[in-house]
Design a protein around this ligand. Sequence first.
Ligand code: GLA
Length: 523
Amino acid sequence: MRSRPAVVIGMVAVLAVLAAARVGQLSSPAVHAKDDGLALTPPMGWYPWNIFGQEPQNEKLIREIVDALVASGMKDAGYSYVGPDEGICFSRGKNGLLTTNRERYPSGLRGLGDFIHRKGLKYALYTDAGTHTCSKAMPGTKGHESEDMHRFADWRADYIKIDWCNTEGQDIVETYTKLHEAQIAAGRPIVHSLCSWGEGEPWKWAAPIGHLWRTTEDICGPGRADWEHAVKIALANEKLYRSAGPGHWNDPDMLIAGMPGLTEAENRSFFSLWCMMAAPLMAGNDLRDMSESTVKILTNPEAIAVDQDPLGLQGRIVRAEGEVSIWASKPLFDGSRTVLVFNHGLTQAEATLRLQDVGLIPGTEFYVRDLWRHETSNGSAGPDGSFAVTVFPQDVRFLRISRSSDFPLPPVIVADTYLLSFEATGKGPQSLTKTLTITNKGTAELSPWQVRPGLPPWLTVTVAKDGRTQTITNRVSTTELRKGIYHAVVRLDNVEPVSGRPMSAVYYDVDLDVGRTGTGVTR
Ligand code: GLA
């Protein structure tokens, strides 16, 4: 792990912190995501750093990972943001603009993004707020905020992680605010992931300018997971539970589940802790080489449903006895409650749960769903509302408790593509149609996606619903268009049907190339 520069927060920053200190829920005007509809549940995806570090990253690796993410079922489980981390992707040209490292990324960073979008996934890129990235192998954005954010928009990034290396003398609030403003000016909706490892306490001020922020140092050095360090990070992140909510998340770093160095019980415990904390789920293992058990853990829909719950509350420790901690206070969208019992000890433990831990009064009839065993049982508690559970060493019991035996899963949105490319080559005006399908892998039915007004006159978008799948039809008309290249970003909005909460907006790109060999011009 690298040593980090000291952060100097000047007077201006302190004032900004005070002004922005009201980190609220979705209804607060201080939450950035209220306008862009991004990351209303914690982002899910994959980033290379934990397993690969810097050196082996290149386009071939990222493409193979994308294919593995789709084939393993992770895409269907909700993982969507993928791309290089500090992967020696670009340099700064003499004109001051970023240019792709074509030796490592032969299709260019835009070409890689298009590949990812065509697979129905979202594109994640990485940069740094200082003069250089951490290894100094890539330029940082300092002094080039506007050009770089335009470049990331040209490359069609959907997510940008902005590191905090080599920022000596920079004010953290001013710097990230400037980057946010540059991003907005670049005009592309992008999830903004601040990565100052907790420096400058971003949970106090970053909700209006970003969607997630790292709360701690790196979870491991590249290549090997460190279980005890991960637990330490979980305990530090737990304390910040008040700062998380839809569109603004505490990020205790990428996942280590499935990496060398963890047992199956530790993988399960790790994943449960991250889900309980409503943490971003950016997998960090080699997806091309996963055991069956790792796939089962990373794609457990019932655990993911806790992480992705629309209420967006971060669970916390309500009691601890020795090495056993009881995590609760995470009501879910359907009124049920989650409890996680984590045994960090070396011997089997009997933990006592109380109905009061989850807000139920003793004497209430209840059902218990075991989120790893996938079994529902009738709950039975003593007159004082207590009941016992057994937990193996370094393992968890992850339970959902409800007065109803129905445990619905919130929506998980999976699209077949996020990029539609039209080519109009004929002489006269043309009308062309392409569709995109969006499937809800959760159990609740969604109403039809609403198309955000403001599309260009050459594009019409309509929505048809058939059960859990919705077909989005895109009609392009080249009437009135001159020869040229056209582009639109379409936004679709929806609400989660049980709680009525807004869902993360779906955005996709539409490209239109008019008249490469002929002309679409009518006059
Ligand atoms: C920092 C970040 C890591 C990773 C590396 C890349 O350490 O915290 O997640 O992005 O930089 O150098």
